[in-house]
Design a protein around this ligand. Structure first.
Ligand SMILES: Nc1nc2c(ncn2[C@@H]2O[C@H](COP(=O)(O)OP(=O)(O)OP(=O)(O)O)[C@@H](O)[C@H]2O)c(=O)[nH]1
Ligand SMILES: [Mg+2]
Ligand SMILES: [Zn+2]
Length: 286
């Protein structure tokens, strides 16, 4: 008899599977996974059989809804993009690459502008609040943490964003009992040559939060998005797609381009449009 569950983490071939009863069962995978070159991921829905001694065996992986390469995790409902106006000041280029990857995988984006206690600049709020839900937060004062908790309730959420913005600090504030290393400590661990790089899911009120190991936070596979799909991965460009003079317009300074015109008119963000052009340079040709 098999029961179903979700893989929370896998380290050295040992997988921790969360069952419907909330139990965590350590499981080894059947050899068939290795032979098929099938790598179980954190987030995989699976079937396991119980061995009677409290351990189990991973029998089958169920189809994935989506999959991220960095960090390696699947079946994600939302990406929480953590950013900050100061120390460090987040660059919109990374944010826009991440939002494109999320759109390409069909993953909702939430943005937290953290370190609210350090800066009241509204640069990021102005660019993103019309496009995605934006949550100003401070992991230090607790401001905005309640609203963010409600927004991610029941979802499986992956935290991303550049180093030092406060991902681990936010997770510690959001998840009761969580004590991830933060600050210099985390960066020190991340650089260690022997640090195992893996992603762990932590169960949280009907959903899960995905936590990657320190120093492995720069998820970015925007270069894998095919050129002809990149424009629709900028969800704010969608109303203008199909309005360009030439079909197949890639919006790179082509005559009669409706997307560039929208950027000129302030209907889409100039920064987003310029980041789109930068990513387009590096994307795969069909
Ligand atoms: N003032 C202030 N400092 C914060 C806030 N959130 C985090 N910090 C500090 O910023 C530093 C970096 O925070 P981390 O949580 O380690 O950042 P991270 O995004 O996990 O960084 P990496 O693990 O390197 O990717 C730490 O010294 C935190 O104490 C905040 O809201 N306000
Ligand atoms: Mg961290
Ligand atoms: Zn165009």
């Amino acid at each position: 008899m098999t029961i179903d569950g979700v893989i929370l983490k896998g380290v050295g071939g040992l997988y921790t599977v969360l069952t419907g009863d909330g139990e965590q069962i350590p499981c080894r995978a059947r050899g068939v996974f290795r032979h098929r070159n099938q790598k179980p991921l954190s987030g995989d829905k699976c079937l396991i059989s119980l061995s009677g001694d409290g351990t189990g065996r991973l029998e089958q992986l169920l189809p994935r809804r989506n999959e991220l390469v960095r960090p390696p995790v699947c079946n994600i409902d939302a990406m929480l993009l953590v950013a900050s106006e100061s120390i460090p000041r987040s660059d919109t280029y990374l944010i826009d690459r991440l939002t494109a990857v999320a759109a390409h995988q069909g993953i909702d984006v939430l943005i937290s502008v953290n370190k609210l206690d350090l800066s009241d600049e509204d640069r990021l709020l102005r660019i993103y609040s019309d496009i995605f839900p934006v949550f100003p937060t401070s992991a230090i004062t607790g401001e905005g943490i309640g609203a963010l908790t409600r927004a991610i309730a029941g979802k499986t959420v992956v935290f991303t964003g550049n180093s030092g913005v406060g991902k681990s600090s936010l997770l510690n504030a959001l998840v009761p009992g969580m004590t991830l290393p933060t600050g210099e400590v985390s960066r020190h661990l991340g650089r260690g040559r022997h640090t195992t790089r893996h992603v762990e899911l932590f169960p949280l009120a009907g959903g899960c939060v995905a936590v990657d190991t320190p120093g492995f936070s720069a998820l970015d596979t925007a270069g894998d998005i095919p050129k002809e799909k990149l424009d629709s991965c900028f969800v704010d460009f969608r109303p203008f797609l199909g309005e360009c003079r030439f079909s197949g317009c890639r919006h790179n300074h082509v005559m009669g381009c409706a997307v560039e015109a929208a950027a000129d008119d302030g209907k889409i963000s100039r920064a987003r449009y310029e980041n789109y052009l930068r990513i387009l340079q590096g994307t795969a040709s069909p």
